[in-house]
Design a binder for this molecule. Structure first.
Ligand code: HEM
Length: 472
């Protein structure tokens, strides 16, 4: 006997509105329903039926069956295309296949060699900025998330198009404001029951701002082309994602990315790389402040690996296995992306459930990674579980950890994100003692496109050792 969506358990929907939720805590509401109704449940947002999934095998299979059987949410994709963000994140089908094939080399691990030094410079600048806070330290402490957002914008800009915007120490934060604006518009439009921005006279301000942003990106493309023409070496060794996107050709069709595709993908990378990594780092600092035993072990590792330097080289960063475990554990318990929504392109059967084309599957990946079926003692922050030969390890299904998604659309920026995590965490541990301003306050997670920790305020105190610069 097969089941249909109406056989699934779930909260009772109201006529027309479905199951109203508070947008700023949407992911917590979905997780609460998952706990109440089980591995497959249904709810409705307005007219759209959504199936919540907490079964990791079902989630992995669905992720693998892209792009054919599932897309991202088609309406959100269209909203992104309309805003000139129709890059690899929002593309589907053959257009996605081609863009992803052309972009993959840009994200290849070998580029980390090129990016590591500029990232170290930005990391050193964040260190100097936080050293400054030890002198002007106030009762309220430092809002680390705001600082980390500026850090990730600087890193992503250097890596994407080679300009160091220096927003960390108060340079122009125009780009950061533009990115925040794009997020807001995508979120507002996605949450609206109808396309209000298509009404006459509506959306002019957004169009104007998006045109300005597009012009900025087109300028970057022209400059990068000129640099490549002037310095042919750059064609052999591209130093930014933009340069390598311009060189990418498709072996099959020998078609390079169009300027429009390059612009959309630079913007996509800026958007995808900013909040996610900053939020992860803020969550990680929170966990470190709450777990002095973890902090002590991490500090030992960093002190031993870095000698008298404060910011690791790429080779040193690669040795920091415990720090990597801290990042993995942070992403397991408090990922900035605890949900991956997919939309079925055709009728599909999941177990005995008939799912009609157009249905949205909401994969609750954090629920999976915090299930006792997947990890032992899943609600304890224990980075050791990620280390080879962990003696206490019993249940540990690392392939069910889907904080970076999975299948062919898995996050291409994960190595870069983990490198940023290693750099910042090592720098902080080498330089500072730090504590939460309010250690008893519960961690507040807010849905704002990604999930951010709200109100992580830290007090930094300089560690005793003599201060040196990047220390090569
Ligand atoms: C800790 C930081 C990050 C997390 C947790 C994260 C998470 C994710 C997730 C969950 C997806 C969707 C994957 C899927 O559908 O299976 C994704 C896609 C993507 N991410 Fe990340 N991400 C992070 C950092 C970055 C960075 C630094 C970049 C770029 C520099 C980036 C670029 C992208 C792109 C381009 C996609 C779309 C891939 C596609 O659709 O083919 N991400 N990311």
């Amino acid at each position: 006997m097969s089941r249909t969506l109406s056989d699934l358990p779930g909260p009772r929907p109201w006529p027309l509105v479905g199951n109203p939720i508070a947008a700023h805590r949407a992911h917590l509401q979905f997780e609460e329903w998952a706990r109440r109704y089980g591995r497959l449940f249904r709810f409705r947002l307005g007219p759209i039926s959504i199936v919540g999934v907490t079964d990791p095998e079902i989630a992995r299979t669905a992720m693998q069956q892209r792009p054919e059987r599932y897309t991202r949410i088609q309406r959100t994709n269209q909203i992104m295309y309309d805003l000139h963000v129709g890059g690899v994140f929002a593309a589907e089908g053959d257009a996605w296949r081609r863009q992803r094939r052309l972009l993959n080399p840009s994200f290849h691990g070998r580029h980390l060699d090129t990016f590591a030094d500029p990232i170290r410079v930005v990391t050193e600048r964040l260190r100097q900025y936080w050293l400054g806070t030890t002198e002007r330290s106030s009762e309220r402490g430092e809002d680390v998330l705001a600082d980390l957002m500026r850090y990730t914008v600087d890193v992503t800009s250097v890596v994407s198009f080679g300009q160091d915007l220096n927003t960390v120490s108060g340079g122009g934060d125009e780009l950061q404001r533009q990115l925040a604006y794009v997020f807001q518009v995508v979120e507002r439009r996605s949450n609206s029951p109808f396309d209000y921005w298509k009404l006459p006279g509506v959306g002019l301000r957004t169009r104007r701002r998006m045109r300005r942003l597009d012009a900025f990106l087109r300028d970057l493309i022209v400059q990068a082309r000129e640099r490549q023409a002037r310095e042919p070496d750059r064609r052999e060794r591209p130093s930014t994602l933009l340069e390598s996107m311009l060189l990418a050709t498709d072996d099959e069709a020998r078609l390079p990315l169009s300027d429009q595709e390059v612009a959309a993908n630079v913007l996509t990378v800026l958007l995808a790389g900013e909040d996610t990594t900053a939020n992860t780092l803020a969550f990680a600092l929170y966990h470190l402040a709450k777990h002095p035993d973890v902090l002590a072990r991490a500090r030992q590792e960093v002190d031993a690996a870095l000698g008298d330097a404060f910011v690791p080289t790429l080779d040193q960063a690669r040795e920091l296995t415990y720090l990597d475990a801290i990042a993995q554990e942070t992403l397991r318990m408090t990922p900035p992306t605890p949900l991956v929504p997919l939309q079925a392109t055709e009728d599909v059967t999941i177990d005995d459930l008939q799912v009609p084309a157009g249905t949205v599957l909401l994969l609750l990946t954090r629920m999976m990674a915090t299930s006792p079926d997947v990890f032992d003692d899943p609600l304890t922050f224990r980075p050791e579980r990620w280390l080879e030969g962990d003696a206490e390890q019993r249940r540990h299904h690392r392939r069910m950890m889907l904080a970076f998604g999975g299948g062919p659309r898995v996050c291409p920026g994960r190595s870069l994100a983990l490198l940023e995590c290693a750099m910042v965490l090592a720098m902080v541990l080498r330089t500072f003692d730090f504590s939460l301003v309010d250690p008893d306050a519960p961690l507040r997670e807010v849905t704002q496109f990604t999930i951010r920790p709200e109100g992580v305020r830290l007090r930094f105190k300089k560690r005793g050792a003599s201060q040196k610069n990047i220390g090569r």
